[in-house]
Design a protein around this ligand. Structure first.
Ligand code: DX5
Ligand code: ZN
Length: 221
């Protein structure tokens, strides 16, 4: 039986009270902090960088931080995120000219490495680097924004990624990102995912008068 992990995406958090939001979702049972880094170049949006990752560590966050780099070039930021205390660092293979080198930089820095696949990016990027990835992240929306709908074709791709992981014999997490809700998470898990990013589903539930409404969503997962 798989070891499931919930990774709230702080893209949908209230950035003016970020430390408190992260504390609340972790207290509600979340396992990993999903940290979306966008550069207004690889994707048409601009978010947060290593300074904010470092600030969360200084605030006392000890849970794994999963830095999802939607940036190009990739390599220069890898060192900054290692320094800032990231646990996982994942990047989009088509955003790196030297995928093997980028993966190696991440592991050499003591972090866990991963590749991220957009809905139309082929899994064949994994062919020669299965021994160098700790995480495979499948995007179930086109990257750039929270609150989009899950693209159903991703379920077949998850099954294919699960087959590749099982055949490889390596210990690799299979993460899904985009449009994950209480209503579809069971089906996504059956298709092979073990790590679930959820942004709007988690943080929108915590809006308003009762911050503890996170608990019900995270428990429902
Ligand atoms: C999108 C980001 C996601 C996003 C998911 O580019 O990578 O992590 O925050 O948000 P929801 O769960 O709202 O689809
Ligand atoms: Zn993400």
């Amino acid at each position: 039986h798989r070891d499931f992990k919930i990774a709230p995406s702080i893209l949908s958090a209230d950035f003016a009270r970020l430390g408190e939001e992260v504390d609340n979702v972790l207290a509600a049972g979340a396992d990993i902090v999903h940290f979306d880094v966008m550069d207004n170049h690889y994707v048409p949006n601009l978010t947060i960088g290593p300074m904010v990752c470092k600030a969360l560590r200084n605030h006392g966050v000890t849970a794994p931080i999963d830095a999802h780099l939607m940036v190009t070039p990739v390599d220069r930021l890898i060192g900054d995120f290692i320094e800032a205390g990231a646990s996982y660092i994942t990047f989009h293979p088509e955003a790196s000219e030297h995928i093997d080198r980028s993966l190696q930089l991440i592991r050499d820095g003591g972090c866990r490495s991963g590749l991220v696949f957009n809905p139309a990016t082929p899994l064949s990027y994994l062919d020669y680097v299965m021994d160098k990835v700790d995480m495979i992240l499948l995007m179930s929306v086109n990257p750039g924004f929270g609150g989009q709908s899950f693209i159903p074709g991703t379920l077949d791709k998850l099954r294919e990624a699960r087959r590749r992981i099982d055949a490889s014999g390596y210990d690799i997490r299979l993460e899904i990102d985009g449009g994950v809700k209480v209503e579809n998470i069971a089906e996504i898990a059956r298709a092979g995912a073990d790590t679930f990013v959820a942004g709007s589903a988690v943080f929108n539930a915590g809006r308003g008068e009762d911050p503890h409404r996170y608990d019900s969503v995270i428990q429902a997962f």
